[in-house]
Design a protein around this ligand. Structure first.
Ligand code: ZN
Length: 426
Protein backbone atom coordinates (compact mmCIF):
# COMPACT_ATOMS: atom_id res chain seq x y z
CA UNK A 1 0.00 0.00 0.00
CA UNK A 2 1.34 3.37 -0.97
CA UNK A 3 0.22 6.38 0.97
CA UNK A 4 -0.63 9.53 -0.87
CA UNK A 5 2.04 12.12 -1.31
CA UNK A 6 2.30 15.86 -0.96
CA UNK A 7 1.08 16.08 -4.53
CA UNK A 8 -1.94 14.05 -3.50
CA UNK A 9 -2.52 16.33 -0.53
CA UNK A 10 -2.24 19.36 -2.76
CA UNK A 11 -4.77 17.95 -5.20
CA UNK A 12 -7.00 16.99 -2.31
CA UNK A 13 -6.95 20.58 -1.10
CA UNK A 14 -7.72 21.74 -4.62
CA UNK A 15 -10.62 19.33 -4.86
CA UNK A 16 -12.03 20.47 -1.53
CA UNK A 17 -11.78 24.02 -2.80
CA UNK A 18 -13.63 23.09 -5.99
CA UNK A 19 -16.28 21.26 -3.97
CA UNK A 20 -16.73 24.32 -1.81
CA UNK A 21 -17.20 26.32 -4.97
CA UNK A 22 -20.31 24.38 -5.86
CA UNK A 23 -19.46 21.03 -7.37
CA UNK A 24 -22.16 18.71 -6.02
CA UNK A 25 -21.50 15.35 -4.45
CA UNK A 26 -18.67 14.43 -2.17
CA UNK A 27 -16.66 12.40 -4.60
CA UNK A 28 -14.32 14.81 -6.28
CA UNK A 29 -11.18 13.73 -4.43
CA UNK A 30 -8.44 13.06 -6.97
CA UNK A 31 -6.75 9.75 -6.98
CA UNK A 32 -3.13 9.16 -6.05
CA UNK A 33 -1.70 6.43 -8.28
CA UNK A 34 -0.12 3.24 -7.03
CA UNK A 35 3.25 4.67 -7.99
CA UNK A 36 2.39 7.86 -6.05
CA UNK A 37 2.32 9.63 -9.34
CA UNK A 38 -1.08 9.54 -10.99
CA UNK A 39 -3.38 12.25 -9.71
CA UNK A 40 -6.47 10.99 -11.52
CA UNK A 41 -7.29 8.39 -14.14
CA UNK A 42 -9.23 11.00 -16.09
CA UNK A 43 -8.07 12.55 -19.33
CA UNK A 44 -6.78 15.75 -17.73
CA UNK A 45 -3.63 14.59 -16.02
CA UNK A 46 -2.08 17.66 -14.53
CA UNK A 47 1.21 16.11 -13.53
CA UNK A 48 3.58 13.85 -15.44
CA UNK A 49 3.22 10.25 -14.38
CA UNK A 50 6.61 8.56 -14.52
CA UNK A 51 5.83 4.95 -13.70
CA UNK A 52 8.44 3.11 -11.63
CA UNK A 53 8.10 0.04 -13.83
CA UNK A 54 7.56 0.37 -17.57
CA UNK A 55 4.05 -0.53 -18.65
CA UNK A 56 4.21 -4.12 -19.86
CA UNK A 57 3.71 -4.66 -23.56
CA UNK A 58 1.39 -7.60 -23.08
CA UNK A 59 -1.66 -7.69 -20.88
CA UNK A 60 -1.02 -9.86 -17.79
CA UNK A 61 -4.63 -10.99 -18.07
CA UNK A 62 -3.89 -12.75 -21.38
CA UNK A 63 -2.52 -15.65 -19.34
CA UNK A 64 -5.94 -16.05 -17.71
CA UNK A 65 -7.95 -15.85 -20.92
CA UNK A 66 -5.82 -18.43 -22.66
CA UNK A 67 -5.10 -20.73 -19.72
CA UNK A 68 -7.44 -23.55 -20.78
CA UNK A 69 -7.10 -24.77 -24.34
CA UNK A 70 -10.14 -26.06 -26.18
CA UNK A 71 -8.64 -29.56 -26.17
CA UNK A 72 -8.74 -29.53 -22.35
CA UNK A 73 -12.46 -28.71 -22.17
CA UNK A 74 -13.71 -32.27 -22.40
CA UNK A 75 -16.32 -32.38 -19.63
CA UNK A 76 -19.87 -31.56 -20.81
CA UNK A 77 -21.99 -29.88 -18.12
CA UNK A 78 -25.52 -30.38 -19.38
CA UNK A 79 -28.74 -28.40 -18.97
CA UNK A 80 -29.91 -30.54 -16.06
CA UNK A 81 -26.74 -30.05 -14.04
CA UNK A 82 -26.76 -27.15 -11.61
CA UNK A 83 -24.61 -24.12 -12.23
CA UNK A 84 -24.04 -22.74 -8.74
CA UNK A 85 -24.50 -19.00 -8.28
CA UNK A 86 -23.17 -17.05 -5.29
CA UNK A 87 -23.42 -13.32 -4.74
CA UNK A 88 -21.44 -10.92 -2.61
CA UNK A 89 -21.91 -7.39 -1.40
CA UNK A 90 -18.90 -5.08 -1.11
CA UNK A 91 -16.57 -6.40 1.56
CA UNK A 92 -15.69 -4.58 4.76
CA UNK A 93 -12.18 -3.17 4.56
CA UNK A 94 -12.09 -1.99 8.19
CA UNK A 95 -14.18 -4.44 10.28
CA UNK A 96 -13.20 -3.01 13.66
CA UNK A 97 -14.45 0.36 12.44
CA UNK A 98 -17.58 -1.01 10.77
CA UNK A 99 -18.74 -3.24 13.63
CA UNK A 100 -17.55 -1.22 16.62
CA UNK A 101 -15.83 2.14 16.27
CA UNK A 102 -17.84 3.98 13.61
CA UNK A 103 -20.52 6.36 14.83
CA UNK A 104 -23.46 4.78 12.96
CA UNK A 105 -26.40 3.33 14.94
CA UNK A 106 -26.31 -0.22 16.29
CA UNK A 107 -29.01 -1.37 13.85
CA UNK A 108 -26.80 -0.29 10.96
CA UNK A 109 -23.83 -2.20 12.37
CA UNK A 110 -25.99 -5.29 12.71
CA UNK A 111 -27.10 -4.84 9.11
CA UNK A 112 -23.46 -4.95 8.05
CA UNK A 113 -23.04 -8.10 10.14
CA UNK A 114 -26.02 -9.67 8.39
CA UNK A 115 -25.22 -8.89 4.76
CA UNK A 116 -21.48 -8.31 4.45
CA UNK A 117 -18.24 -10.21 4.70
CA UNK A 118 -14.92 -8.89 5.93
CA UNK A 119 -11.94 -8.87 3.60
CA UNK A 120 -10.38 -11.83 5.42
CA UNK A 121 -13.58 -13.89 5.32
CA UNK A 122 -14.00 -13.18 1.62
CA UNK A 123 -10.42 -14.20 0.84
CA UNK A 124 -10.90 -17.48 2.67
CA UNK A 125 -14.13 -18.14 0.77
CA UNK A 126 -12.46 -17.53 -2.60
CA UNK A 127 -9.70 -19.90 -1.64
CA UNK A 128 -12.15 -22.60 -0.55
CA UNK A 129 -14.19 -22.29 -3.75
CA UNK A 130 -11.03 -22.77 -5.73
CA UNK A 131 -9.84 -25.72 -3.66
CA UNK A 132 -13.21 -27.45 -3.96
CA UNK A 133 -12.90 -27.46 -7.74
CA UNK A 134 -15.19 -24.64 -8.80
CA UNK A 135 -14.39 -22.70 -11.95
CA UNK A 136 -15.80 -19.27 -12.75
CA UNK A 137 -18.07 -19.09 -15.80
CA UNK A 138 -19.82 -16.09 -17.32
CA UNK A 139 -23.54 -15.95 -16.56
CA UNK A 140 -23.99 -14.79 -20.16
CA UNK A 141 -22.73 -18.21 -21.31
CA UNK A 142 -25.15 -20.22 -19.18
CA UNK A 143 -28.39 -19.43 -21.04
CA UNK A 144 -29.16 -18.41 -24.62
CA UNK A 145 -32.26 -17.24 -26.41
CA UNK A 146 -33.21 -19.33 -29.43
CA UNK A 147 -36.03 -18.92 -31.90
CA UNK A 148 -37.76 -21.91 -33.46
CA UNK A 149 -41.25 -22.83 -34.67
CA UNK A 150 -42.62 -22.22 -31.16
CA UNK A 151 -41.14 -18.71 -31.06
CA UNK A 152 -38.31 -17.28 -28.95
CA UNK A 153 -37.40 -19.03 -25.73
CA UNK A 154 -34.43 -19.49 -23.42
CA UNK A 155 -32.32 -22.62 -23.29
CA UNK A 156 -29.73 -23.77 -20.76
CA UNK A 157 -26.49 -24.28 -22.64
CA UNK A 158 -24.18 -27.24 -22.20
CA UNK A 159 -20.92 -25.87 -20.81
CA UNK A 160 -17.64 -27.46 -21.79
CA UNK A 161 -15.33 -27.57 -18.76
CA UNK A 162 -11.99 -29.06 -17.77
CA UNK A 163 -12.33 -32.50 -16.15
CA UNK A 164 -13.13 -32.38 -12.46
CA UNK A 165 -14.25 -28.75 -12.40
CA UNK A 166 -17.71 -27.48 -11.37
CA UNK A 167 -19.13 -24.28 -12.88
CA UNK A 168 -19.76 -21.28 -10.66
CA UNK A 169 -21.31 -17.90 -11.40
CA UNK A 170 -20.45 -15.00 -9.11
CA UNK A 171 -22.37 -11.75 -8.92
CA UNK A 172 -21.44 -8.64 -6.96
CA UNK A 173 -24.36 -6.49 -5.83
CA UNK A 174 -24.39 -2.75 -5.21
CA UNK A 175 -20.86 -2.02 -6.43
CA UNK A 176 -21.79 1.65 -6.33
CA UNK A 177 -19.84 2.74 -3.25
CA UNK A 178 -22.83 4.36 -1.60
CA UNK A 179 -22.27 7.32 0.66
CA UNK A 180 -23.05 5.29 3.77
CA UNK A 181 -20.40 2.72 2.89
CA UNK A 182 -17.74 5.40 2.63
CA UNK A 183 -18.42 6.27 6.26
CA UNK A 184 -18.50 2.72 7.52
CA UNK A 185 -15.16 1.22 6.56
CA UNK A 186 -15.42 0.31 2.88
CA UNK A 187 -13.29 1.33 -0.09
CA UNK A 188 -14.58 4.30 -2.08
CA UNK A 189 -14.17 3.71 -5.81
CA UNK A 190 -12.43 1.66 -8.47
CA UNK A 191 -9.77 3.36 -10.58
CA UNK A 192 -7.30 2.45 -13.29
CA UNK A 193 -3.85 2.81 -11.80
CA UNK A 194 -0.69 4.00 -13.51
CA UNK A 195 0.05 0.36 -14.30
CA UNK A 196 -3.19 0.04 -16.28
CA UNK A 197 -4.75 -2.30 -13.70
CA UNK A 198 -7.81 -1.86 -11.52
CA UNK A 199 -7.17 -0.49 -8.03
CA UNK A 200 -9.50 0.55 -5.24
CA UNK A 201 -9.33 3.99 -3.71
CA UNK A 202 -9.63 3.82 0.03
CA UNK A 203 -9.65 6.27 2.93
CA UNK A 204 -8.50 4.93 6.27
CA UNK A 205 -11.33 5.91 8.65
CA UNK A 206 -8.91 6.36 11.55
CA UNK A 207 -6.29 8.52 9.86
CA UNK A 208 -8.25 9.92 6.89
CA UNK A 209 -5.36 8.95 4.65
CA UNK A 210 -6.44 8.24 1.09
CA UNK A 211 -4.52 5.66 -0.90
CA UNK A 212 -4.87 3.02 -3.59
CA UNK A 213 -4.98 -0.66 -2.74
CA UNK A 214 -5.72 -4.04 -4.27
CA UNK A 215 -5.96 -5.74 -0.87
CA UNK A 216 -9.19 -4.34 0.57
CA UNK A 217 -11.84 -4.54 -2.16
CA UNK A 218 -13.85 -7.53 -3.44
CA UNK A 219 -13.17 -6.69 -7.08
CA UNK A 220 -9.41 -6.22 -6.88
CA UNK A 221 -9.07 -9.22 -4.56
CA UNK A 222 -10.78 -11.44 -7.13
CA UNK A 223 -8.61 -9.90 -9.86
CA UNK A 224 -5.51 -10.83 -7.90
CA UNK A 225 -6.79 -14.28 -7.03
CA UNK A 226 -7.53 -15.10 -10.67
CA UNK A 227 -4.14 -13.80 -11.81
CA UNK A 228 -2.54 -16.10 -9.25
CA UNK A 229 -4.87 -19.02 -10.09
CA UNK A 230 -5.70 -18.71 -13.79
CA UNK A 231 -7.27 -22.21 -13.75
CA UNK A 232 -10.07 -20.73 -11.56
CA UNK A 233 -11.52 -18.94 -14.62
CA UNK A 234 -13.05 -20.38 -17.78
CA UNK A 235 -12.10 -18.26 -20.80
CA UNK A 236 -11.21 -15.33 -18.57
CA UNK A 237 -14.62 -15.09 -16.85
CA UNK A 238 -14.82 -13.42 -13.43
CA UNK A 239 -18.16 -12.09 -12.24
CA UNK A 240 -21.06 -9.80 -13.02
CA UNK A 241 -21.68 -6.49 -11.27
CA UNK A 242 -25.26 -5.81 -10.26
CA UNK A 243 -25.48 -2.02 -10.31
CA UNK A 244 -28.04 0.54 -9.20
CA UNK A 245 -27.80 4.12 -10.44
CA UNK A 246 -29.08 6.50 -7.79
CA UNK A 247 -25.60 7.27 -6.45
CA UNK A 248 -23.78 6.62 -9.69
CA UNK A 249 -21.66 3.53 -10.35
CA UNK A 250 -18.33 2.12 -9.21
CA UNK A 251 -17.74 5.11 -6.94
CA UNK A 252 -18.39 7.79 -9.58
CA UNK A 253 -21.40 10.06 -9.07
CA UNK A 254 -22.65 9.73 -12.63
CA UNK A 255 -26.36 10.01 -11.76
CA UNK A 256 -28.51 12.81 -13.09
CA UNK A 257 -30.59 15.06 -10.86
CA UNK A 258 -34.05 15.35 -12.36
CA UNK A 259 -35.15 17.77 -9.65
CA UNK A 260 -32.66 20.35 -10.87
CA UNK A 261 -34.39 22.27 -13.70
CA UNK A 262 -32.47 23.33 -16.80
CA UNK A 263 -32.55 26.99 -15.72
CA UNK A 264 -31.42 26.40 -12.16
CA UNK A 265 -28.24 28.36 -11.28
CA UNK A 266 -26.67 25.16 -9.92
CA UNK A 267 -27.32 23.22 -13.10
CA UNK A 268 -24.14 24.13 -15.04
CA UNK A 269 -21.87 23.13 -12.14
CA UNK A 270 -23.83 19.93 -11.61
CA UNK A 271 -23.64 19.02 -15.29
CA UNK A 272 -19.92 19.76 -15.47
CA UNK A 273 -19.22 17.65 -12.38
CA UNK A 274 -21.39 14.81 -13.65
CA UNK A 275 -19.68 14.88 -17.03
CA UNK A 276 -16.26 14.69 -15.38
CA UNK A 277 -17.41 11.65 -13.37
CA UNK A 278 -18.72 10.01 -16.55
CA UNK A 279 -15.42 10.59 -18.33
CA UNK A 280 -13.50 9.28 -15.31
CA UNK A 281 -15.49 6.02 -15.05
CA UNK A 282 -15.22 5.09 -18.73
CA UNK A 283 -11.66 3.71 -18.60
CA UNK A 284 -12.56 1.78 -15.44
CA UNK A 285 -15.49 0.10 -17.20
CA UNK A 286 -13.30 -0.64 -20.18
CA UNK A 287 -10.57 -2.29 -18.12
CA UNK A 288 -13.11 -4.28 -16.11
CA UNK A 289 -14.67 -5.55 -19.33
CA UNK A 290 -11.24 -6.52 -20.67
CA UNK A 291 -10.58 -8.57 -17.55
CA UNK A 292 -13.69 -10.71 -17.37
CA UNK A 293 -16.23 -8.52 -15.57
CA UNK A 294 -19.71 -7.94 -16.96
CA UNK A 295 -22.62 -5.74 -15.91
CA UNK A 296 -26.29 -6.22 -15.03
CA UNK A 297 -29.07 -4.11 -13.57
CA UNK A 298 -30.02 -3.96 -9.90
CA UNK A 299 -32.66 -1.31 -10.84
CA UNK A 300 -31.85 2.40 -10.71
CA UNK A 301 -33.33 3.08 -7.29
CA UNK A 302 -32.84 -0.31 -5.58
CA UNK A 303 -36.63 -0.59 -5.74
CA UNK A 304 -38.62 -3.41 -4.23
CA UNK A 305 -40.35 -4.91 -7.25
CA UNK A 306 -42.40 -7.33 -5.18
CA UNK A 307 -43.90 -4.67 -2.95
CA UNK A 308 -47.69 -4.60 -2.86
CA UNK A 309 -47.65 -0.87 -3.55
CA UNK A 310 -45.24 -1.03 -6.49
CA UNK A 311 -46.82 0.40 -9.66
CA UNK A 312 -45.97 -0.47 -13.24
CA UNK A 313 -45.45 3.24 -13.98
CA UNK A 314 -42.76 3.47 -11.30
CA UNK A 315 -41.01 0.41 -12.70
CA UNK A 316 -41.06 2.01 -16.15
CA UNK A 317 -39.58 5.25 -14.86
CA UNK A 318 -36.92 3.40 -12.89
CA UNK A 319 -35.96 1.15 -15.82
CA UNK A 320 -35.72 4.04 -18.28
CA UNK A 321 -33.54 5.84 -15.82
CA UNK A 322 -31.25 2.84 -15.35
CA UNK A 323 -30.84 2.46 -19.10
CA UNK A 324 -30.23 6.18 -19.56
CA UNK A 325 -27.77 6.69 -16.70
CA UNK A 326 -26.16 3.26 -16.21
CA UNK A 327 -26.85 1.18 -19.32
CA UNK A 328 -25.51 4.01 -21.47
CA UNK A 329 -22.15 3.59 -19.70
CA UNK A 330 -21.84 -0.15 -19.09
CA UNK A 331 -23.54 -1.38 -22.26
CA UNK A 332 -26.56 -3.55 -22.92
CA UNK A 333 -27.48 -6.35 -20.52
CA UNK A 334 -30.12 -9.06 -20.33
CA UNK A 335 -29.67 -9.63 -16.63
CA UNK A 336 -31.66 -8.13 -13.80
CA UNK A 337 -30.93 -8.74 -10.12
CA UNK A 338 -33.96 -8.08 -7.95
CA UNK A 339 -33.23 -5.70 -5.07
CA UNK A 340 -34.09 -7.34 -1.73
CA UNK A 341 -34.39 -10.54 -3.77
CA UNK A 342 -37.99 -9.50 -4.28
CA UNK A 343 -39.73 -10.84 -7.39
CA UNK A 344 -42.41 -8.84 -9.16
CA UNK A 345 -45.66 -10.37 -10.38
CA UNK A 346 -45.62 -13.60 -12.31
CA UNK A 347 -43.23 -15.57 -10.14
CA UNK A 348 -44.69 -18.74 -11.54
CA UNK A 349 -42.98 -20.41 -14.50
CA UNK A 350 -46.07 -20.27 -16.69
CA UNK A 351 -47.54 -16.97 -15.63
CA UNK A 352 -45.93 -13.58 -16.21
CA UNK A 353 -47.66 -10.44 -15.06
CA UNK A 354 -47.40 -6.97 -16.57
CA UNK A 355 -44.23 -5.92 -14.71
CA UNK A 356 -42.26 -8.94 -15.85
CA UNK A 357 -43.61 -8.54 -19.37
CA UNK A 358 -42.53 -4.91 -19.35
CA UNK A 359 -39.01 -5.76 -18.10
CA UNK A 360 -38.80 -8.42 -20.79
CA UNK A 361 -39.82 -5.87 -23.42
CA UNK A 362 -36.89 -3.72 -22.25
CA UNK A 363 -34.44 -6.51 -23.05
CA UNK A 364 -34.11 -8.43 -19.77
CA UNK A 365 -34.09 -12.22 -20.01
CA UNK A 366 -32.50 -13.50 -16.79
CA UNK A 367 -34.20 -12.49 -13.54
CA UNK A 368 -32.17 -13.32 -10.47
CA UNK A 369 -33.47 -13.41 -6.94
CA UNK A 370 -31.98 -14.77 -3.70
CA UNK A 371 -32.70 -18.14 -2.16
CA UNK A 372 -31.51 -21.27 -0.42
CA UNK A 373 -30.17 -23.00 -3.53
CA UNK A 374 -29.00 -22.17 -7.04
CA UNK A 375 -32.48 -22.70 -8.42
CA UNK A 376 -33.27 -21.82 -12.02
CA UNK A 377 -36.28 -22.34 -14.24
CA UNK A 378 -36.93 -21.44 -17.85
CA UNK A 379 -40.27 -19.74 -18.18
CA UNK A 380 -42.80 -21.25 -20.54
CA UNK A 381 -44.94 -18.20 -21.29
CA UNK A 382 -42.11 -15.73 -21.88
CA UNK A 383 -38.56 -15.99 -23.21
CA UNK A 384 -37.00 -15.62 -19.78
CA UNK A 385 -35.24 -17.42 -16.94
CA UNK A 386 -35.92 -16.98 -13.25
CA UNK A 387 -33.18 -18.01 -10.88
CA UNK A 388 -32.00 -17.77 -7.29
CA UNK A 389 -28.56 -17.09 -5.89
CA UNK A 390 -26.99 -18.13 -2.61
CA UNK A 391 -25.57 -15.45 -0.34
CA UNK A 392 -22.31 -15.87 1.55
CA UNK A 393 -22.67 -13.28 4.34
CA UNK A 394 -23.01 -12.95 8.11
CA UNK A 395 -26.47 -14.51 8.27
CA UNK A 396 -25.55 -17.67 6.40
CA UNK A 397 -22.15 -17.97 8.07
CA UNK A 398 -23.87 -17.87 11.45
CA UNK A 399 -27.08 -19.77 10.74
CA UNK A 400 -26.79 -21.86 7.56
CA UNK A 401 -23.44 -23.58 7.79
CA UNK A 402 -24.73 -26.90 6.41
CA UNK A 403 -26.20 -25.38 3.29
CA UNK A 404 -22.84 -23.94 2.27
CA UNK A 405 -20.54 -26.84 3.15
CA UNK A 406 -20.05 -27.73 -0.51
CA UNK A 407 -18.47 -24.28 -0.93
CA UNK A 408 -16.74 -23.74 2.42
CA UNK A 409 -17.08 -24.47 6.11
CA UNK A 410 -18.37 -21.42 8.00
CA UNK A 411 -16.37 -22.60 11.01
CA UNK A 412 -13.21 -21.83 9.03
CA UNK A 413 -14.52 -18.49 7.76
CA UNK A 414 -16.62 -16.58 10.31
CA UNK A 415 -14.40 -14.05 12.07
CA UNK A 416 -15.81 -13.95 15.59
CA UNK A 417 -12.75 -12.08 16.81
CA UNK A 418 -13.97 -8.92 15.08
CA UNK A 419 -17.69 -9.47 14.53
CA UNK A 420 -20.17 -8.60 17.28
CA UNK A 421 -21.37 -11.38 19.57
CA UNK A 422 -24.59 -12.29 17.80
CA UNK A 423 -24.55 -16.07 18.03
CA UNK A 424 -24.36 -18.98 15.62
CA UNK A 425 -26.13 -22.27 15.15
CA UNK A 426 -23.14 -24.57 14.96
ZN1 ZN B 1 -28.87 -4.62 -3.33
Amino acid sequence: MIRHTRLGALLLALALFLTACGAPGGESVPTPGPGETLPTPGPEETAPAPTPEPTPESDPYDAVRSYWTEAQLTQAWGPNQTVEHLFFHPVIAYPQWAFHDCPSPQSQKEGLDDWMLTVEEYKKILNSLYEKGYILVAIEDVWSEVTDETGAHMVRNTLMLPEGKKPLVLSFDDVNYYDYMLEEGFTSRLVVGADGQIWAQCTDPYTQETFLTQDLDATTLLDQFVLEHPDFSLNGAKAIFSLTGYQGILGYRTQNDRDLPAGDPNRPAFDAFRQSEIEAVRPVIQRLRETGWTFGSHTWGHINLGSATRTLASVQTDTERWLEEVGSLVGPTQILFYPHGSRPDGDDVAQSGPMLQYLHSMGFRVFASVGVESYSKIKSDLSAVICDRLHPDGTTLRWQRDRYLRFYDAADILDLAVRPDLGKSW
